[in-house]
Write a protein that binds this ligand. Structure first.
Ligand code: SF4
Length: 206
């Protein structure tokens, strides 16, 4: 597999934000979001066999693992890595950009589906079937760039009844949409969604 980096850190996003986690960042991404903060993962990386990756993760002594990218589902061996880690007792979070089918992911894993909004420039690249496959223990994350993104996300949550089917997180793009503004919009509309602040922009642990 092509690996960008593996390191212990504090989880910066999702409902488990704040917990120690092993972050496994796989190399390569098929999207180019306007606000991407991990462009260094687009190319490069180190070719490592699956047992070597699993061994490195085990050696870090943390039971929560986030598999992310880039886009982790681009690599054919990712489902096997997820399954192997689950079989070893790890709790696995898989963060995917929503453009590829999530049906390949072991149902024991927690999917964090990054549903792209128009401000990313990538919203037309989503696989629409994914939102129908999402389960109660999964999470749908909307990263919001501006008020148009907020309206888009709010309407999609309502149309697909997402907040009753899964956890929904609205997260402002750091440096563009103030969290205070997003909080006021969520309260104004009485939306049953979680405000997510990207912790990794406030603390660097690596
Ligand atoms: S999907 Fe993620 S890694 Fe890929 S371009 Fe968008 S923000 Fe960057």
């Amino acid at each position: 597999m092509n690996v960008c980096e593996i390191f212990p850190t504090i989880l910066g996003e999702s409902s488990r934000s704040g917990y120690p986690v092993v972050l496994v960042r796989l190399a390569g991404c098929n999207l180019r979001c306007r606000y991407c903060d991990t462009a260094y993962a687009y190319s490069g990386g180190q070719e490592l066999p699956l047992p070597e990756i699993a061994g490195q993760i085990r050696g870090l002594g943390i039971s929560l693992v986030l598999i992310t990218g880039g886009e982790p589902l681009l690599q054919a061996e990712t489902p096997a890595l997820i399954e192997a880690l689950l079989d070893s007792g790890f709790t696995i979070l898989v963060e995917t950009n929503g453009s590829l089918p999530i049906s390949t992911i072991d149902p024991r894993a927690v999917i964090i589906l990054d549903q792209k909004c128009p401000g990313s420039g990538m919203s037309d690249r989503m696989d629409p079937a994914n939102l129908d496959l999402i389960r109660p223990h999964d999470e749908i994350k909307f990263v919001l760039y501006d008020s148009d993104d907020y309206s888009f996300a709010r309407d999609l949550v309502s149309k697909k009844n997402l907040a009753r089917r899964s956890q929904v997180i609205f997260s402002p793009v750091h440096g563009f949409l103030p969290p205070q503004t997003l909080a006021e919009w969520i309260l104004r509309d009485r939306l049953p969604v979680r405000l997510g602040i990207q912790l990794h922009h406030h603390i660097r642990v690596k």
